[in-house]
Write a protein that binds this ligand. Structure first.
Ligand SMILES: [Fe+2]
Length: 260
């Protein structure tokens, strides 16, 4: 199977086809490394503070179970502080979303502007020694109210070999399969039976890309994906997840419109 893995940004129609046929595409070496390195250093400090807050009892149980349990920090504690060290939100988003060569694709899919869903834009940390925090097969649409959306998934570490990456099922879906109705006290991967889904797939439809800082993975909110974690991994992985939708789907969502 041809993988949607691009060393150079192809024309918008090629990316649209990849999104329609595979649900995702990976663009190599497209994001600015200094910004990503600064973001990683900043996040390590924020995560150390959050670890301390949790261990000392200052983080509420609900905050822990809602996000931190699975390695997320809320937008206000994760992405927003990054903006201050990248000369403001506008600059951060310009660096991460305003890539000139990607604009024809975004314009073709979303129109003249997009909506950045701040509530669902956050950093994530996954360590191989915390398998209970891995996220099983799911669709982002489960927690986006079924809205069409894109995930800009941005690795801040080399991942997929020595650090946890992502596994993607390269088959477009047109409905949400699971309801987000979870027990916060049981690890997610123990709550979800995905055998019926996996039974529909052939082995070569699953992709576990090795990614480096600078790469950008874009995937559809209906695409099934999960944490890719193997027993030989030994390094942690930090990443950013930035979720976008069409401004028409913005009502009721916390975020901002971004003109392309
Ligand atoms: Fe996800």
């Amino acid at each position: 199977m041809t993988l949607p893995d691009f060393g150079e940004v192809p024309p918008a129609d090629v990316l649209q086809t990849a999104l329609q046929q595979k649900g995702c595409f990976l663009l190599r070496e497209i994001l600015p490394l200094p910004l990503l390195q600064a973001a990683k250093a900043e996040l390590e400090a924020h995560y150390a503070e959050a670890d301390q807050a949790w261990q000392s009892g200052q983080m509420t149980q609900s905050a822990y179970h809602k996000l931190f349990q699975y390695g997320h920090l809320p937008f206000e504690e994760g992405l927003l502080p990054l903006a201050e060290h990248s000369e403001g939100e506008a600059n951060l988003y310009t660096c991460l979303l305003g890539i000139d060569s990607l604009k024809p694709f975004l314009s073709a899919v979303l129109g003249p502007s997009l909506f950045l869903i701040e509530k669902n834009s956050q950093p994530r940390r996954q360590h191989p020694f915390w398998p209970e925090r891995q996220i099983p097969f799911h669709q982002d649409a489960e927690f986006l109210g079924g809205r069409p959306a894109l995930n800009f998934w941005i690795p801040l570490d080399s991942c997929g070999r020595n650090a946890p990456g992502l596994e993607l099922w390269l088959r477009p879906q047109n409905r949400v399969w699971f309801e987000l109705n979870l027990d916060p006290l049981t690890p997610l991967y123990q709550q979800r039976d995905v055998s019926a889904i996996q039974a529909q797939a052939s082995r070569d439809q699953f992709w576990q890309p090795e990614m480096e800082p600078g790469d950008l993975l874009v995937f559809d909110a209906y695409l099934f994906h999960r944490t890719w974690l193997t027993e030989s991994m030994f390094l942690p992985r930090y990443s950013l997840e930035i979720r976008l939708t069409h401004p028409a789907y913005a009502p009721g969502l916390k975020g901002r419109e971004w003109v392309l």
